[in-house]
Design a protein around this ligand. Structure first.
Ligand SMILES: [Zn+2]
Length: 253
């Protein structure tokens, strides 16, 4: 199984993090034709102790909950009838809000995140939501207790707003270590997702995803969905293809 990690889908933000809507629609159409797209929350129930998921399926995930998803993601998912999971920064849904200050390549205007009304609208259309922490901090820089507190706060707020258990976590920027993984488990999560760029051991609290960036066409997608887990031996031919395609980097957030 390949878990794809996107961020924004919006036309007016030139960043590795933001897919053009038309390019995303082409990805989704290709995925429907060539793979079985499954809901992440049910796929993880089959995860092994080694963090591996069944072969031949794909799940779509979106980090950060940018507002453009409401207009540019939901209609595509509805038209094609495919599931997706959006990982929300819980603090963005509080009355005080949370400005988006964690992006390395911001546009010249403030980035908006989904409002609660938009989240509910998307839920009604079948989009699933889980946790991307409370404040999008680098969890590896927090103490164990600070990390447990941030992740618990996110889970509890999101559960009250979404009306379902929140058990899945995408680490901000994919960053984690043994203390962060233990904190995620202590905070009540069942599985957590990373964005590995180097070899790292998979497990239920380190399930790898593959980042998809602006400029990645269907050819990139073909290679990335064929990509086995990092840390798993790959064929020489595959490695050559990966080397040719992995030219767009740096959107690890
Ligand atoms: Zn993020």
């Amino acid at each position: 199984m390949t878990i794809l990690c996107y961020h924004a889908v919006q036309p007016d933000w030139e960043s590795p993090m933001a897919m053009e809507p038309q390019a995303f629609a082409e990805h989704a159409e290709w995925l429907v034709r060539r793979t079985t797209v499954v809901p992440l929350q049910s796929a993880v129930r089959t995860v092994g102790r080694d963090g591996r998921l069944p072969r031949g399926t794909t799940a779509l995930t979106f980090d950060d909950g940018f507002a453009g998803l409401h207009a540019h993601l939901t209609p595509v998912l509805s038209r094609l009838g495919i599931p997706a999971t959006v990982f929300l920064v819980a603090e963005t849904l509080t009355d005080a809000g949370r400005a988006v200050d964690w992006v390395d390549t911001p546009p010249p205007y403030p980035l908006a995140t989904l409002t609660l009304d938009q989240v509910r609208d998307m839920q009604a259309a079948g989009v699933h939501f889980e946790s991307h922490s409370y404040s999008h901090l680098d969890l590896t820089q927090l103490s164990f207790q600070e990390c447990v507190d941030d992740l618990t706060r996110s889970r509890e707020l999101l559960e009250s707003l979404l009306g379902h258990p929140v058990r899945l976590l995408a680490y901000p920027r994919g960053r984690h270590d043994a203390s962060v993984r233990a904190a995620a488990e202590r905070a009540g999560y069942s599985h957590a997702f990373t964005l590995p760029e180097t070899r790292e051991a998979p497990g239920p609290f380190a399930i790898p995803r593959v980042g998809i960036h602006r400029g990645n066409g269907v050819a990139h997608l073909r290679v990335k969905t064929a990509r086995p887990y990092l840390g798993v031996r790959t064929s020489r031919g595959y490695r050559a293809a990966q080397h040719a395609v992995w030219t767009v980097r740096g959107a690890r957030r």
